[in-house]
Design a protein around this ligand. Structure first.
Ligand code: HEM
Length: 149
């Protein structure tokens, strides 16, 4: 099994990176959609359900499968022999940031449910601030895996 994981390592990493790009695209865009949902949807009748449809499709059809694929390929990389040196700092930093990114994904899902239940209480400004969370985490993760401090 470990020989097999070693032989497919470049493929696993390639698909991990593709999944990461897709997941990140959604994590960056969904909070932006929420900003406009909060600030603009009262201006035009029928706009709020259009936002909800776009947000729901982004979350369910792109972000959720991409998050699952990121985790699946990432864990295959973890189990590939010789890839992760647990005595180094970077895997722990990356692990903590990845857990925070996963929490952020679920936080967005809860906010979407609030919108569909008509009880959103987060302001556009707060969504703008939260939009920085995946940016900061992404910077730390990429530095951790590439620079390997
Ligand atoms: C979801 C759980 C994740 C796990 C378990 C995981 C695990 C791993 C592992 C073990 C590697 C292999 C490092 C190597 O080949 O030397 C890797 C590579 C990589 N990961 Fe992740 N990762 C996860 C999520 C993420 C996220 C969220 C990002 C970006 C925001 C990311 C970006 C990368 C990049 C860019 C590489 C390639 C680094 C290189 O070329 O050496 N990963 N990941």
């Amino acid at each position: 099994m470990t020989d097999f994981l070693t032989s497919i390592y470049p493929w696993t990493k390639a698909f991990h990176i593709m999944a990461v790009i897709s997941w990140m695209a959604g994590l960056f865009y969904l909070p932006r959609l929420f900003v406009h949902h909060v600030e603009r949807s009262d201006a035009i009748d029928g706009l709020a359900p259009v936002f909800e449809m776009m947000e729901g499709k982004l979350l369910r059809l792109i972000m959720r499968p991409a998050m699952i694929a990121t985790w699946a390929f990432g864990l295959l990389l973890v189990f590939t022999p010789g890839i992760v040196d647990w005595s180094a700092v970077w895997p722990w930093v990356k692990g903590a940031c990845v857990l925070a990114m996963t929490w952020f994904h679920h936080w967005l899902g809860l906010r979407l449910k609030d919108f569909s239940d008509g009880r959103n209480s987060v302001t556009g400004r707060q969504f703008r601030l939260m939009n920085e969370v995946p940016t900061v985490l992404m910077i730390v993760i990429v530095l951790a895996v590439v620079v390997r401090f």
